[in-house]
Ligand binder design. Sequence first.
Ligand SMILES: Cc1cc2nc3c(=O)[nH]c(=O)nc-3n(C[C@H](O)[C@H](O)[C@H](O)COP(=O)(O)OP(=O)(O)OC[C@H]3O[C@@H](n4cnc5c(N)ncnc54)[C@H](O)[C@@H]3O)c2cc1C
Length: 396
Amino acid sequence: MHRRRFLQGAAGSGLAATLAGCASAPQDISSHMPLSTAELPLGLPTLAPINAYADRIISTNVCTRPFRATGPRIEAETSGSKTIIHNYGHGGSGWSLSWGTAALAESLIKADKQKPIAVVGCGAVGLTTAIQCQRAGYQVTIYAKEQPPYVRSSYATGIWSPDSRIVTLEHAQPFAERWQWMARLSYLRFQTLLGLAGNPVEWTTMFRLADKPFDDHGGHNIPGEPAYPDYRKQLLSDLNPKARDVPPALNPFATPYVRQFPLLMFNISAYSQYLLALFYRSGGKIIDRTLTSAADFAQFDESVIVNCTGYGAKALLNDESIIPVRGQTCKLMPQPEVKYGLQYFDQHTSVYPRRDGLLVQAGAEGDFNNPVANVNPQESIAAVEQLARIMATMKS
Ligand SMILES: Cc1cc2nc3c(=O)[nH]c(=O)nc-3n(C[C@H](O)[C@H](O)[C@H](O)COP(=O)(O)OP(=O)(O)OC[C@H]3O[C@@H](n4cnc5c(N)ncnc54)[C@H](O)[C@@H]3O)c2cc1C
């Protein structure tokens, strides 16, 4: 990939004009700040110790990210008398891009607003798409095999990660404009969901720990994965706030390199409930239904069906372009006093201060193209032990 060509392609697109109609754009305020401000350290929050003990693990979950090398499938297809809008394959970014992908899918519906539509799937993408369609004036019924908290989306980490396993570097350029549109729209929507009861969405403070200078880093890829574009750095660098390196004198951790940055976090239990309530409040219905093949779309009363089946689309449509990327997380008992998270990618360990339990993520070799969704308790215990080592050396 020629980085310069890639950037030029995205910058010269009609993206700005398209987004202008959506909402007020976040401003790049760097030119209004005194020159040195972005270099100054942020105040450190009080770092309450995390009780990183394996006997405080309250749940462990595995699920597979629905990754497609070319990016998610968001397109309309005609099948007999039905129009099927596909909206699946969002890799490790389904929550983050949800509002943008919902808006794109909804824009593909050309039906009369008097006619009800069906959304198949009740995960992050299905629920958000259904709400987006309601807002556009459609009467919507969701059909799904599972609902939250038993959908795969419920097992995600729950952070703003819009370019996580969303497309390969090889296919990055043609998808860049679409991605940027979805990411910016979603980012703006999330800012409208702050401060709500139960904190479905909130900003938290993160520390990224590293053994080597950050420029030498390959991110959090698991060995054996393809290269991915760094879209966020390349296309969203104007979004504030920025990351700052923690100066050695203030560094409370044992690693020589520490970067502090704010991160949008989704408290998935509260956020799913929020979305469900919103959907029901607008007259939505949810019906249990399992589709066994694409032919089942013909059985629907609705003539427009939005297919948001996530990883389920692989079996439903025999879509071999979906590659499973396994991910295991566990939750430690909630600690409301912990208001920061850690990422230590050198050791494949991260923790996020979710309200429904401190979310510990472990990455493992062999997770890419791995459909096996078996819990490996040792993997999570090892991640918690790694966290315990960080806590043992953390200065108060
Ligand atoms: C470990 C891990 C961590 C992650 N962390 C993040 C993160 O921090 N941020 C982020 O943005 N993303 C994250 N992701 C990615 C994110 O979870 C996915 O992109 C997202 O869940 C996809 O949502 P979805 O609605 O498409 O799929 P799903 O949640 O799988 O929902 C699919 C829906 O379709 C239904 N369905 C499927 N097949 C059928 C069928 N045949 N008949 C009827 N119904 C069917 C299901 O029952 C369900 O209701 C993570 C993923 C993993 C595995």
